[in-house]
Design a protein around this ligand. Structure first.
Ligand code: FAD
Ligand code: NA7
Length: 539
């Protein structure tokens, strides 16, 4: 392996050991032959699937496309048993990938990056870790995670609680909750999985719900060997569909609007989607306009509301579980969430009507009284997309700190680069595509790694977008999001879940197919190469 610049410690430094970090290290090391080092603050690779070990943690992308597509043999050799993957199965898969492609040793675990700085004189990144070591590299790849910066709400009195409390994304292996009085705060995708799983295992479960959720059945089931063999035979076609579709979930797109069909036919199609399962299929692949046309959206929302009232026996509980927002968050899917509220040992507390006042020694006190608990579980989500980018100093040209640059809303070029941050390539960052993640990671980092190859082959030192191209990308993202209803829901997609966070667009909503077309159309022609630092030009 020959180094690009002998003065530097590495050719490339990668931060993060999830899907993104693993993909980046593999391609940089094994295809570009670069010397690579990766830092991961966790004790194992896996990212999301290392941290989120809560009971019931499961992918809601189907198994056949919640994986890398870059290696045909890997696709054929590695298998699965059910149509969705449990947390430990994704973790095993990612561990296998690092071993199979001989990249395990590149990851320095339990090592947190606490500062990065672009050195304009040496055209390199300096990366400092919590071990107070600083390393240099020409390229920096940040796979810090889009849903990885934990959000633990600031509820008064938490320190006084005599029981245990856990956040789902920091779930300890020895967590004790079985047979206990458990309170869960949060009913997003995670809360829905957790609540359904633990309700039969605990003495009593109190669910503190702020916003009622739409969720459809997941349709979790075992897949036969024949079904899996058929998928494997057709993988080329499947990935073609994935890369050209809206959601990249492996389902074909549809041209039919919910308003193109009669009411009876619409109900029949919703019913069919309900029985097949999957939130993304329900939202985006039965009709093409549920997330853009208020009337179509309302038809879908009403269908789910009707289901809630059919499933939940107590009308008051059913009413509390009925959403009032449009059906416009990241869709949830479940294994019997609404029916869980028919259990004798489950209580629903609507904290919009009856707010949490404080955590006491014994439990949670709401405006209407105290709920005694042994365990409190926070399923309260993440400071999504840019949370981890603001946790440490990331210094680009002229001392510009990324958190200052992003203080009114985060920006990027293609979801991958930012002006003033040459040779820094982000994965799943603000203004990347709102899709199934592994194919998006392969698209974004695929483009970035091709660019690194281009720099290497042409003896170029740096590439970066201008502020104008970053603004253009933001404007295109705004344009593509205009029709959608996602801004009508107070979710992490716009940053509404974090107090004080600017409400702003954080995704390219044009779909995977169009995103890939943008990458192809633009290539590298909008970038500036080997920009001379301002200090030198002004001499
Ligand atoms: P992550 O897997 O989040 O990895 C980022 C890593 O960076 C982390 O391990 C973190 O420790 C590390 N890191 C961050 N900052 C630093 C630092 N300063 N120094 C060192 N290390 C650092 N997506 C789907 O498409 N389908 C699904 O079904 C799905 N299910 C999900 C279920 C849950 C419970 C959650 C939380 C997310 C889910 N997601 C799903 C989103 C999921 O995050 C992505 O699919 C994918 O795993 C992201 O991979 P990543 O490598 O980009 O980020
Ligand atoms: P989400 O979807 O952000 O859900 C978090 C939940 O926690 C949601 O119900 C929130 O209510 C609730 N929440 C957040 N803060 C508070 C406070 N302060 N008080 C009460 N309730 C609160 O996170 P998830 O982990 O479920 O899912 C995130 C993604 O990760 C998901 O899309 C999957 O891909 C995995 P709110 O709705 O904001 O009123």
């Amino acid at each position: 392996m020959s180094r690009l610049n002998e003065k530097l410690d590495f050719d490339a430094i990668v931060i993060g050991g999830g899907f993104s970090g693993i993909y980046a290290v593999h391609r940089l090391k094994n295809e570009l032959n670069l010397e690579v080092c990766a830092f991961e603050k966790g004790g194992h690779v896996g990212g999301t699937w290392y941290w989120n070990r809560y009971p019931g943690a499961l992918s809601d992308t189907e198994s056949f496309v919640y994986r890398f597509s870059f290696d045909k043999e890997l696709l054929q050799d590695y298998s699965w048993t059910h149509n969705y993957l449990k947390q430990e199965e994704v973790l095993e898969y990612l561990t296998h990938v690092t071993e199979r492609f001989n990249i395990k040793d590149q990851f320095r675990l339990n090592t947190k990056v606490i500062k990065v700085r672009f050195n304009e004189e040496e055209y390199c990144w300096e990366v400092t870790t919590n071990k107070m070591e600083t390393f240099t590299a020409r390229f920096l790849i940040t796979g810090l995670g889009l849903l990885a910066s934990v959000h633990l709400p600031d509820i008064p009195g938490l320190d006084n609680f005599k029981g245990q409390y856990y956040h789902t994304a920091r779930w300890p292996q020895d967590a004790e909750y079985k047979g206990k009085r458990v309170g869960v705060i949060g009913t997003g995708s995670t809360g829905i999985q957790l609540i359904t799983k633990i309700a039969p295992e605990v003495d009593h479960l109190t669910v503190f719900q702020r916003t009622a959720q739409y969720t459809v059945p997941l349709g979790y089931r075992k897949q036969t060997k024949e079904e899996i063999a058929e998928i494997k035979e057709n993988y080329d076609e499947i990935w073609e569909t994935v890369r050209n579709s809206v959601t990249a979930f492996g389902y074909p797109d549809t041209e039919t609007s919910a308003l193109d069909v009669s009411e009876e036919e619409r109900e029949r199609m919703f019913e069919e989607a309900w029985s097949k399962g999957n939130g993304f299929r329900f939202l985006s692949h039965v009709f093409n306009d549920l997330s853009i046309n208020p009337e179509s959206n309302e038809a879908a929302a009403n269908f789910i509301k009707k289901k809630i009232h059919e499933i939940v026996k107590d009308p008051e509980t059913a009413q509390k579980l009925t959403p009032t927002e449009p059906f416009a968050r990241r869709p949830c899917a479940d294994k019997g969430y609404y029916a869980t509220f028919n259990r004798e040992n489950v209580t629903l507390v609507d904290i919009k009507e009856n707010p949490i006042v404080e955590v006491t020694e014994k439990g949670i006190r709401t405006a209407e009284g105290e709920h005694e608990l042994d365990v409190i579980i926070f399923a309260t989500g993440f400071d999504a997309m840019d949370g981890n980018y603001k946790k440490f100093d990331m210094i680009g040209r002229n001392g510009i700190n990324l958190k200052d640059k992003w203080k009114d809303g985060s920006r990027s070029y293609l979801g991958i680069m930012e002006s003033d941050f040459p040779n820094m390539f982000m994965s799943r960052a603000p203004l990347s595509s709102f899709t199934n993640n592994p194919p998006a990671i392969e698209s974004e980092l695929g483009w970035a790694i091709d660019l690194i190859k281009h720099l290497k082959d042409n003896n170029l030192k740096t590439a970066e977008p201008t502020k104008e191209t970053v603004d253009d990308w933001y404007n295109l993202c705004l344009e593509t999001s205009k029709g959608t209803l996602f801004h009508k829901a107070q979710s992490w997609i716009y940053g509404a879940n974090i107090p004080g966070k600017p409400f702003s667009l954080r995704f390219y909503m044009g779909g995977m197919g169009n995103y890939n077309k943008e990458l192809e159309k633009r290539g590298f022609k909008e970038l500036v190469f080997d920009k001379v630092p301002e200090k030198i030009t002004s001499l």
